[in-house]
Design a protein around this ligand. Sequence first.
Ligand code: CP
Length: 311
Amino acid sequence: MDGFTLKHVYEAQQFDKELLDIVFQTADEMKADLASGDRRFSQSLQNSIMASLFYEPSTRTRFSFESAMTRLGGKIITTENAREFSSAAKGESLYDSTRIMNGYADVIVMRHHEAGSAKKAADVSNIPVINAGDGAGQHPTQALLDMYTILDCLGKIDGLNIAMVGDLKYGRTVRSLAYLLAKYTDVKIHFISPPVCRMDDDIKEYLERNRVAWQEEESVDAILPKVDCVYMTRVQKERFNDPSDYENAAGRFILTPEKVSVMKAGAIIMHPLPRVDEIPPEVDDDPRARYFEQAQNGLYIRMALLYLLLG
Ligand code: CP
């Protein structure tokens, strides 16, 4: 589509409102096409190959990207757990792996355990690199599907009151989401986390530079009746160096049905998933629970991105 100027997707700051609108409109087209059964896009990428290079586990991101590529008629090359079964296990550098994939594929979708790795790969790649999550850094395609879900459910972003709850230090989804929310006006963000999982200063400073109001809160109870969206996150056990820090942080914020009952009728509950105990399954049938819809939107957003980058 005219106006989509990105070659790679490695961080949320690459998107301005114009680019966001293009991605969301294209995702709308993909969603409508699948719903109608027309399959207008089913051969769009029939000559393209996607290398799916995941050095960390994934359910949603990997399978939705692979489903997206398949639904667009493209092909996939992949490995189970690239950290163990690619030549990374023999000491191959990310630089070499990226250069090699340039000869085999037309796009690389990469999840890596180190923050900044997607940008490093993009810097040496002649084919598009998409960041599918880089350590505690960013998860820009998750933020795109999160924004798409909020727009779909609430009809707007401007003026919203949003609570981010849980692990805001190691949670890359909330970091990317904060960057995108800053593109809109009058958004207010409440950060609610255990002390060891507070949002880092780089995001707070970015929000201040972009005149986004944010507040750090100790308790979720006082905030729940006020917000339009509560975005729950898992405490990321795998990223803690000190197990006692994890023990102190885990299980502190659980969105029970009783807590949900004080939320506004029109508010929404989101979670990038996977969840551990932050949202009990009893909440799933509440009309405000939108996290499964959110995960489904990942398919449309990733179809849109692949189409825009390669189509
Ligand atoms: N939300 C998300 O990134 O999920 P996965 O880790 O399953 O890909």
